[in-house]
Design a protein around this ligand. Sequence first.
Ligand code: GRF
Length: 217
Amino acid sequence: MVNLGVLASGRGSNFQSIIDAIEEGSLRADIKVLITDKPDALAIDRAKRHGIKHIYLNPKEYDSKDAFFEAITEVLLNMQVELVILAGFMRIVGKPLIDAFPYKIMNIHPALLPSFPGLHGQKKAVQYGVKISGCTVHFVDEGIDTGPVIIQAAVPVSDDDTEESLSERILRLEHKIYPEAIRLFEQGRLSIQGRTVKIKSQRAQEAFLINPPIELH
Ligand code: GRF
């Protein structure tokens, strides 16, 4: 069992995929709190529907970025959170939070890192003309989408793909690999060597399931 704290700014479909995995019994986790930086984030409605405590913290009420992230850290520590999940949280994480949760903050990015970090990963992939893209779950460090990669999944990009169609295809895989990454953490199977995340006792077949070389549709 692992205690989670989720940070979100918007729609919260990844948050929902984690709720669903817990409720169907495939992920042994307890979501202690959802923190949002937007009062109207759709993720809040999801928290309400599932009886999850939710807190809105207004960044404008803090003197500095560090002060805002200190407040977030305090909430998470008070709630006995062990792993922090960024689920569409549209801010670069501040040092106070990173220092309090070393290699215990995960993010999901809608591209195959290190390609296309930052905003609009799907649009950048379409514009660049890559033939394969996907999504990445990684630990968070102080850079923008630069932390150690935990798992990735790939999708094909076709000539007629738009940002929207590719985003939709990638999102379906995001909803599979994010709960899977948390499951690996909960099972104590993730370790860091340098900037590489090792997954303990991963069988070849399991690696294939977690990191399908490509998902056709
Ligand atoms: C996802 O595409 C995720 O990869 C990115 O932000 C988006 C959040 O979507 N970090 P949602 O709020 O989880 O629906």
